[in-house]
Design a protein around this ligand. Structure first.
Ligand SMILES: Nc1ncnc2c1ncn2[C@@H]1O[C@H](COP(=O)(O)OP(=O)(O)OP(=O)(O)O)[C@@H](O)[C@H]1O
Ligand SMILES: [Mg+2]
Length: 287
């Protein structure tokens, strides 16, 4: 993923784990739908220049939190700040140049082609005096290539398979070239090889371009492998957060999912590997 052009203010890093980058944080956040409060009193500092994974049971508020970070949801109390400024006070184009989001279950307009969708990712970079540029072209082609979609560029998004469609949305978010990228379940619908491709791509975006990534993941083993920082949520609150080895323990998994498991070491990455027990394998697990 070398051809995607990051926004002009994106920090560029060589490799490893960059430590500087955008300051995205939430303070005293309360999020609700009508009368139902989903997230309360939540404080969060997104580690800049790192990959963060948010994990937790269905309906615990992960997507709600991510949407609030991207200003798609207005907090009832508290604020989300990007580089010290409340995101609700940042002009839309300015925010779209600095922060991109792949929401859960996005829907493309009927008949929109893959290349058109990915091209839309570049619109925050265009103005009436600077329209389509070489950088835009490179970003779109780079994102299509990185997600394996070059061959499908002319196809309608609504006629693709679930996994192909998911990759098209990821390509759009990648092409946007923002220093902060929020991804809600980016690996949903993808076969195992494409899941790893996408997570490797996310790692490239972080290590090569210094992008700050926050992604919601259901696969705890992927979260442990690919994130520097894991946030475990339960019922709208952060239960614990930190490096994968500290957060992803049998006790935490039992607490947030009500699931007994063993946690061993991933032989490939050396990170925690969660092995669920389940009702039918209880005996084997007892020892
Ligand atoms: N648009 C909405 N209107 C009303 N309630 C909503 C809306 N979106 C989410 N909720 C409710 O808010 C709560 C949190 O939902 P959210 O989508 O944040 O969960 P999640 O952790 O992302 O779950 P999942 O793992 O299933 O994606 C749920 O109880 C859900 O029913
Ligand atoms: Mg969700």
């Amino acid at each position: 993923m070398t051809t995607t052009t990051p926004a002009a203010d994106a920090p560029v890093q060589d490799a490893g784990h960059p430590s500087d980058g955008p300051d995205l944080r939430a303070e005293g956040l309360r999020l609700a739908y009508d009368d139902r409060v989903v997230v309360r009193d939540l404080d969060l500092v997104v580690p800049p220049g790192r990959v963060t994974a948010i994990v937790g049971a269905n309906a615990c508020g992960k997507s709600t939190l991510l949407r609030a970070l991207a200003r798609l949801l207005t907090p009832r109390a508290g604020a989300v700040r990007l580089d010290g400024r409340a995101v609700h006070a940042i002009p839309t184009r300015d925010l779209a140049q600095r922060l991109g989001i792949l929401p859960q279950g996005p829907v493309a307009p009927e008949g929109l082609t893959v290349v058109d969708l990915v091209t839309r990712g570049r619109s925050p970079h265009q103005t009436w005096w600077r329209q389509w540029s070489k950088a835009d072209e490179q970003a779109v082609h780079g994102a299509l290539a990185a997600t394996g979609l070059t061959e499908l560029a002319g196809r309608a998004v609504d006629e693709l398979s679930g996994g192909q469609r998911q990759r098209a949305w990821i390509a759009m978010a990648v092409a946007q070239g923002t220093p902060v990228l929020l991804l809600d379940e980016p690996t949903t619908y993808l076969d195992l090889a494409h899941q790893i491709d996408v997570l490797d791509l996310v790692t490239d975006l972080n290590r090569r371009e210094g992008r700050t990534i926050v992604m919601v993941l259901h696969d705890l083993n992927h979260a442990c492998r690919y994130a520097d920082h894991v946030i475990a949520m339960k019922e709208g609150r952060i239960v614990t957060e930190g490096p994968p080895a500290e957060v992803v323990t049998a006790a935490t998994v039992e607490d947030i999912f009500g699931l007994r498991c063993h946690v061993t070491t991933d032989p490939v990455s050396g990170t925690p590997l969660v092995i669920p027990v389940g009702r039918h394998h209880d005996t084997a697990a007892a020892g």
